[in-house]
Design a protein around this ligand. Structure first.
Ligand code: FCA
Length: 335
C-alpha cells in the first residue's frame, strides 16, 4: 500500500507532462554551494547519528552543504527526495527504510537528477535480488556475523559453560540482506561449536531500530524458555542485543548468565561504560567514519570531479568490550 503510494507519487509528474521537472532540475544551490543529501532510516539510532556526524565533517572539510534527513517509510522517503531536489541537491547518500523500494528509488533519483550512493542496507530489485549496479558501501556482514559467533563461543568456554545447555537467542531481521547475513554467520559458528539447534530460539525483530520492540521480541523468547539458565544472544546490531539484555534484566536473570554480543559499537558502548558489567558483553565496532565521512566525500568528488565511486565497498569491524572500547573508539575518532 505504502509502496503503491510512492509509485503513484513518482508517476504523477510524469503523467502530468512533468511541468515541474525543469524547475526542479538541480541548481548550483544558493550561494553556489554544492548540496548533498544524507538520508537515513532512523534518526534516533546512535549508529545513524554517528554516521551523520562524520558526514558533516566531510561537508566542513570540502565546504559543501549536507542536508541530513530521516526517512522512516516510503512516503517520507519520496517527500524527502523531492525536497532535496527542489533545494538543489545533486546527490544523495541513502540508507533506505525499505530495501524492496529499490527500482522505485533508482527511477526517482534519475528523474530528479540526484546521484545515488546507498549505504548500510542494499537495495533489492523486483525479484528480491541485490542491485549490484547501484553504488553501495556496507559491512562484510557474513564475516562480521561469524566474528560475533566466535566471540560468543570463546566467552562461553572461558566461563566454563557446557554449550549443549546454553540457550541461543537471536533477534533477526531477515528481510534485510546485510542483517540476515550477520545473524546467519553467528548461527553457523555457534552450531559448529557444540551449541544445539534445539536450543536456538530465533524471533524476528518486528521494528528494527526500536529498542522497546527488541525487548518485546526477547521477552517472548525468555518467557517461553524459563528452564534455560544461561544465554548467548546476538542480533543484526547492538540495539537488538540490548533488547535481549534489558529483557533478561527485567526477568532477574543475572548479568553473569548472559553473553550478548552486538554489532556497531555505537549503542553497546554505553553499557560498557557502566560501573557494573551487564549482559552486553562485547560488540563488533564498525567504522561509522567510513560509512559517514567517506561516502559523503565520495559523493562530493563524484558530483564535482565526475570521479565515480567504486560500485561496491565492504568494510570490516573489530571486537570491543569493557576492557578496550575507550581506546578503540578514540582510534575511530568517536570520543
Ligand atoms: C544496518 C543496521 C545498522 C548498522 C548498519 C551498518 O543499517 O540497521 O544498525 O548496523 O546496517
Amino acid at each position: 500500500m505504502r509502496r503503491r503510494g510512492f509509485l503513484i507519487a513518482l508517476a504523477l509528474p510524469l503523467l502530468a507532462g512533468c511541468p515541474t521537472a525543469t524547475n526542479e532540475a538541480p541548481k548550483a544551490g544558493e550561494g553556489g554551494k554544492l548540496k548533498i543529501g544524507f538520508v537515513v532510516k532512523s534518526a534516533s539510532e546512535p549508529w545513524f547519528q554517528t554516521e551523520w556526524k562524520f558526514a558533516q565533517q566531510a561537508a566542513d572539510k570540502y565546504g559543501f552543504t549536507l542536508l541530513k534527513q530521516p526517512a522512516t517509510d516510503a512516503e517520507e522517503l519520496d517527500r524527502t527526495l523531492n525536497n532535496l531536489a527542489s533545494q538543489g541537491a545533486k546527490g544523495v547518500v541513502l540508507c533506505t527504510p525499505d530495501t524492496k523500494l529499490g527500482p522505485t528509488i533508482v527511477a526517482k533519483c534519475a528523474e530528479k537528477n540526484l546521484k545515488l550512493f546507498t549505504v548500510d542496507d542494499r537495495l533489492l530489485d523486483a525479484d528480491g535480488k541485490p542491485m549490484h549496479d547501484v553504488h553501495y558501501l556496507g559491512i562484510s556482514a557474513s564475516e562480521i556475523g561469524k566474528m560475533v559467533g566466535q566471540a560468543l563461543v570463546d566467552e562461553a568456554k572461558k566461563r566454563g559453560w557446557n554449550p549443549a545447555e546454553v540457550g541461543v537467542a537471536a533477534l533477526t531481521v531477515d528481510e534485510i540482506e546485510t542483517c540476515k547475513e550477520r545473524t546467519d554467520g553467528a548461527t553457523e559458528v555457534l552450531l559448529k561449536n557444540g551449541f544445539l539447534e534445539k536450543n536456538l530460539f530465533k524471533n524476528p525483530w518486528k521494528k528494527p531500530n526500536d529498542i522497546p520492540a527488541a525487548v518485546d521480541a526477547a521477552s517472548t523468547i525468555l518467557t517461553q524458555h524459563t528452564d534455560v539458565k544461561k544465554w548467548v544472544a546476538f542480533s543484526s546490531n547492538d540495539d537488538g542485543v540490548l533488547g535481549f539484555v534489558r529483557a533478561s534484566e527485567q526477568k532477574n536473570i543475572p548479568a553473569e548468565s548472559v553473553i550478548g554480543i552486538g554489532i556497531n559499537g555505537t549503542t553497546a558502548k554505553d553499557d560498557f561504560a557502566k560501573e557494573k558489567q551487564t549482559g552486553m558483553f562485547a560488540s563488533v565496532l564498525l567504522s561509522p567514519k567510513t560509512h559517514g565521512f567517506s561516502t559523503a566525500e565520495m559523493m562530493y568528488l563524484w558530483i564535482k570531479d565526475n570521479k565515480e565511486p567504486p560500485k561496491e565497498t565492504f568494510t570490516k569491524g573489530q571486537l570491543i568490550d569493557r576492557t578496550n572500547f575507550k581506546e578503540k573508539l578514540k582510534e575511530e575518532g568517536m570520543e
